[in-house]
Design a protein around this ligand. Structure first.
Ligand code: PMT
Length: 416
């Protein structure tokens, strides 16, 4: 039978991508290593995140990948000639340096690291480095022996001490047939470094405690009571707080997603574990955001052995778990800002106001988890923000990444 691809129309639930890099100009400086071919794909992804990408290539980079590839992918002229006189009144290294919000060396060879560390300017890429005063990221990629060589490590140390960001290479098989550290970092790490570098450090100096994910309440060694929380909402908040320079501790129930870079992950399983972890971290925190879906009840007894199948029905006796948020509200200092969540099915506004009366947080983030695209285990959410003065803000269906941005914007307003 012929195989037909099903064509789905998810238009009703589609959410415009959140353009984290909207309006930013990135000067992508490619030097000559095989990883240049990956840089071409990354350039495209940076554009998809909203950035304008202007590529500058060394002579050796052009041996690996044609400038035409970058020009076609970015829709921009690719620069490589210091003495380009096609636009007579502009000096390339000055005009490009003025335009950029970020200089991204992708990939950075041992040679460009050495030239930048020592201020050598003998082509357009190295000259631009000296002519540029904004933030600079180097993403090294090279043979593992070259990467671990004392000269390269010293050059990296010099560049780091100068305030530049280094996205260290990954371990694995390299194109030259060796195994070790030298592969260009993965897209996620480079993306995160770019976003963090371009994000105003508005939470710098503040400690942010975020809870996320479900809890698991054990029935016996192999069974538990839990819920559908994936952790996506809380992890997105933790990631955004870290991008803004916050010192983030993420207390998480069991989740299948990696901890956002720049956060400290504290793993917990049950509601009582989570309560203990939060209690340990609370006094240090300036901002507490409780997005975890904590079980309200837990089995009174947990069997040490696998429970055997027996009678047709089985009764489990459950007891209330500690209400972590209520505990926080009793112990908080007036300086601490507390954000609670509220997961409901229907009548969201009324239930949110009722919850705010019982749990007087500074900001309540309410979601109707019965709505398509909202709540548990999806990449999007539709939330209602209610602050301590009962100001309501209804947000449309957005990616959880953007919901996190909106929540933290409100948090910052409430702090000021
Ligand atoms: O993880 P995702 O798949 O991305 O899904 C996101 C989410 C739906 C889990 C999230 O948006 C959300 O709504 N989180 C709160 C879920 C919840 O438990 O809501 P609640 O209305 O039952 O609890 C209210 C508040 O009390 C919450 O801040 C909760 O963390 C807290 N709580 C609840 C019970 C308990 N024993 N201790 C608590 O601290």
């Amino acid at each position: 039978m012929p195989h037909h691809k099903e064509i789905r129309n998810d238009a009703d639930l589609s959410v415009p991508a959140y353009l984290l890099l909207q309006g930013k100009v990135i000067l992508l400086c490619a030097s000559g290593g095989i990883a240049v071919f990956k840089a071409a794909g990354y350039a495209r992804k940076l554009m998809e995140a909203g950035a304008r990408v202007i590529t500058v290539m060394t002579e050796n980079a052009r041996r690996f990948v044609s400038p035409l590839t970058f020009a076609a992918l970015t829709g921009e002229k690719v620069h490589y000639d210091t003495f380009d006189d096609s636009d007579a009144h502009l000096i390339p290294h000055i005009s490009l340096a003025r335009e950029a919000d970020l200089m991204l060396h992708l990939p950075a060879t041992a040679n460009i690291l050495a030239k930048a560390a020592n201020g050598i300017a003998d082509d357009l890429v190295s000259t631009l480095y000296l002519a540029y005063s904004g933030p600079v990221i180097f993403c090294p990629a090279m043979n593992p022996m070259m990467y671990s060589h004392a000269a390269t490590r010293d050059n990296i140390a010099v560049l780091r001490a100068r305030g530049h960001e280094i996205v260290e290479a990954d371990f694995g098989n390299t194109a030259c047939g060796e195994k070790g550290q030298g592969r260009l970092a993965c897209w996620e790490d480079i993306r995160e470094a770019v976003i963090r570098t371009l994000t105003p450090q508005s939470l710098k100096g503040l400690k942010v405690l975020v809870t996320a994910g479900p809890t698991q309440e054990a029935i016996d060694p192999i069974r538990f009571i839990s819920n559908r929380s994936s952790g996506k909402m809380g992890y997105a908040i933790a990631a955004e707080a870290a991008r803004r320079g916050g010192e983030v501790t993420l207390v998480s129930g069991p989740c299948a997603i990696p901890a956002p870079s720049g956060t400290r992950l504290v793993n917990t399983i049950s509601a009582s574990d989570m309560a203990e972890a939060v209690s340990r971290e609370l006094d240090e925190a300036d901002i507490v955001i409780m997005s975890a879906a904590v079980a309200d009840y837990t089995p009174v007894e947990t069997s040490g052995q696998k429970m055997k199948k027996g009678a047709d029905t089985l009764e489990l006796i459950l007891t209330k778990t500690p209400d972590i948020l209520s505990g926080i509200l009793e112990r908080r200092t007036p300086e601490q800002l507390v954000v609670g969540f509220c997961a409901e099915t229907g009548a969201l506004e009324a239930k949110a106001l009722e919850k705010l009366a019982r749990k007087p947080v500074d900001l309540l983030v309410a979601n109707d988890v019965s709505e398509p695209g909202a709540g548990f285990d999806v990449d999007t959410n539709r939330v209602l923000l209610v602050d301590r003065d009962h100001n309501l803000e209804k947000l449309p269906l957005l990616s959880k990444e953007e919901v996190a941005v909106r929540i933290l914007n409100r948090v910052e307003e409430l702090l000021s």
